[in-house]
Write a protein that binds this ligand. Structure first.
Ligand code: 0O2
Length: 267
């Protein structure tokens, strides 16, 4: 196969990965904008390298003709969550979307692999638009916790280093590390509500502060400068007190003042 052809085949997969990263990041933003906890923590993606495609065709013993049908994960998206519960929430979100159709799923969380690997895999169909028209592609979405990702990343590197000859003592270490990760995820799930509360109030506070500062900036353009400086000083004082309720009240009052100035400027 010519190098030019590789690029032609893989380009749409690059587009799919880029689009999906934008879409999943947008989900994070949507949650943040309403001050809610996002089940998605991070999103990454990659298109399989040519060398990795060659390696897989060798390993699985198939020829390269029509390799797109034979390799499920030419396009790969990885979604990282904080808690195991979030993984299933993300799976639901994906299943409800109209721009992805689930082809198959593998639950390596309830059924971990012999290696100790845990993750939730979805193979989805996703359409991209190219100069030649619509193309339906397969994308593999791996969903896992931060802890599972830590383990899988290390194990993947060791697999790469040792190929089929991983020393026994390292396999044992990895296996006990996988157990520790399982316990860590369980422990974290127990305190999930507390952590989510703390993160929610952090996001809400950040949103209020951003609103207040936008209001102050806008007022500075139209109101008496001394008055606005006084408003800003009041804001710093309330902010230092660290009282959420007071901050929200201050923001409401500022909204009213801003609305009054807007109405005046329309007269
Ligand atoms: P890479 O380098 O990540 O792309 P298949 O996809 O058919 O070869 P299988 O087992 O039927 O293999 O599919 P599965 O289980 O869904 O695995 C697909 C991907 O999951 C792998 O892709 C890995 O990324 C990941 N994975 C599966 N098992 C393990 C494991 O034991 N350890 C780690 N670290 N990752 C795993 P590739 O193509 O193998 O690798």
């Amino acid at each position: 196969m010519e190098i030019q052809l590789w690029r032609e085949i893989l380009d749409p997969y690059n587009l799919a990965v880029n689009e999906l990263i934008v879409k999943f990041n947008h989900i994070i933003d949507e949650y943040k904008h309403v001050g809610a906890y996002s089940p998605i923590e991070q999103v990454t993606g990659r298109v399989k390298t040519i060398s990795s495609i060659l390696e897989k065709s060798q390993k699985k013993n198939f020829d390269l003709e029509g390799f797109e049908e034979k390799i499920d994960d030419i396009a790969g998206i990885r979604i990282i969550c904080q808690f195991v519960e979030d993984i299933y929430k993300v799976v639901d979100i994906i299943k409800r979307r109209s721009d992805m159709r689930v082809k198959s799923e593998k639950d390596y969380i309830n059924h971990k692999k012999e290696s100790g690997y845990r993750s939730y895999h979805l193979a989805v169909y996703y359409d991209v638009e190219t100069l030649k028209g619509k193309k339906e592609l397969q994308v593999e979405i791996q969903i896992r916790t931060l802890a599972m990702n830590f383990w899988a990343t290390i194990e993947h590197s060791l697999q790469y280093k040792y190929k089929q000859n991983m020393p026994e003592h390292i396999t044992e270490r990895l296996s006990s590390a996988a157990e520790a990760i399982l316990i860590l995820d369980r422990e974290m799930s127990v305190v999930r509500d507390e952590i989510m509360d703390a993160q929610n109030s952090f996001t809400i506070k950040a949103n209020i502060v951003a609103d207040i500062l936008t209001n102050i900036q806008n007022l500075y353009k139209v109101a008496n400068k001394q008055d606005v400086i006084k408003i800003q000083d009041d804001f710093f004082r309330i902010y230092q007190n660290g009282d959420h309720e007071q901050l929200m009240q201050f923001n409401k009052e500022l909204d009213i003042i801003s609305a009054r100035y807007r109405a005046q400027s329309l007269r």
